[in-house]
Design a protein around this ligand. Structure first.
Ligand code: TXA
Ligand code: MG
Length: 329
């Protein structure tokens, strides 16, 4: 774990992997114009090769090198939300490698809002001179597992599989970027995130629709089982939580309990974590909490169900998928 940008750029240029922080989660990066380098990402993650990757850029002046027929509305979204946790799906330039796009005619682009990511991207672009420059990067976790929000998480997930991890501290947002598809006319949200439909409405004039078809490989985060710990998980309604935990205690089971509205109970054998009772704070802590519980000696992770209001949508989406995938191996 280091802050050695020069070495990071050297490795990227040599077709090697570099993990780096963004404001959402840590990414596992490779030179997006080099298909052999990109192939190493899939190998390190154990990820199916037809899943497209996001290309990270140093600024929106680089967009035209990667995308074509960019609609006016996409430029407005970039203007408003970049650098930041928003990925735009656009028609790709013909040269963009299939390894990056999963063979689709679109490419996902984003300018991340993290100083370490931006410094890396700028230095990489400078080293590339006139050639199109971008870093393809999925979240730096093993496929289907919990996304890393610290450099130590990346180390734990990928270890020797990644030659260098840039350390930028804990990620501010904590869940993956909002993905908006601008390649098919009316913009559609493919993955909810910190930038909510209400925020997008400020640019679009109306709330975009959300289309998170589960099972579709176009967006790997849309697979029903994702972001998952190895310990089984259950969502339990707040008012049922104490009864549920008493029953677990009677069975002799120790649970990891993640709450947001009720204080931990003394006298229970369970492991408790209290997360902030607001969506932004909750998102910031969620993945680290799941990771902590996965390492605690518990047989089940019980999570207090979230309020069913729109501002909780993005974290509720990640929790649902974590529950669907938890304890699968
Ligand atoms: O916040 C983030 O987006 C993080 C950081 C590292 O930037 N990255 C991330 O990458 O979450 P990943 O690969 O775990 O998720 C990227 C999502 C995938 O679900 C992928 O299918 C989708 O973006 N995606 C990329 N290109 C696409 C395309 N052309 N069409 C549809 N979906 C695309
Ligand atoms: Mg991911």
């Amino acid at each position: 774990m280091t802050q050695d940008f020069a070495r990071a750029v050297e490795l990227l240029q040599a077709g090697e992997l570099v993990a780096f922080p963004t404001e959402t989660v840590y990414g596992l990066g490779a030179d997006a114009s080099n298909p052999e380098a990109v192939a190493k990402i899939f190998a390190a993650k154990g990820r199916p090769a037809d899943h497209p990757l996001i290309v990270h850029l140093s600024g929106h002046d680089a967009v035209d090198r990667w995308a074509e027929h960019v609609p006016e509305v996409a430029w407005e979204l970039m203007e408003t939300f970049w650098p930041g946790p928003l990925t735009l799906i656009l028609k790709k330039q013909a040269w963009v490698p299939d390894a990056v796009t999963g063979g689709q005619d679109t490419v996902g682009l984003r300018v991340p809002g993290h100083p370490v990511a931006l410094e890396l991207l700028r230095r990489f672009a400078a080293a590339n001179g006139n050639r199109p420059s971008g870093i393809a990067a999925p979240s730096a976790n093993r496929f289907g597992r919990i996304s890393p929000t610290t450099a130590a998480h990346v180390q734990e997930e990928l270890g020797e599989r990644v030659p260098l991890i840039l350390d930028g501290g804990a990620c501010a947002v904590g869940i993956e970027s909002t993905i908006v598809d601008c390649s098919r006319g009316e913009p559609v949200v493919l993955r909810p995130g910190h930038i909510a439909p209400e925020h997008l409405a400020a640019v679009l004039g109306h709330c975009p629709s959300i289309e998170t078809a589960s099972g579709a490989p176009r967006v790997s985060g849309s697979l029903a089982a994702h972001y998952a710990p190895q310990t089984p998980m259950r969502l339990v309604a707040g008012e049922r939580l104490l009864d549920f935990l008493c029953a677990q205690r009677h069975k002799g089971d120790r649970c990891g309990v993640i709450v947001h509205s009720q204080p931990p109970q003394a006298g229970m054998p369970h492991e408790w974590l209290m997360l902030p009772a607001n969506p932004t704070g909750y998102a910031h802590d969620l993945y680290a909490a799941l990771r902590t519980m996965d390492h605690a000696d518990v047989s089940l992770i019980a999570v207090e169900a979230l309020p069913e209001t729109p501002e909780w949508n993005a974290v509720a989406d990640r929790l649902r998928r974590a529950v669907a995938g938890a304890g699968k191996d």
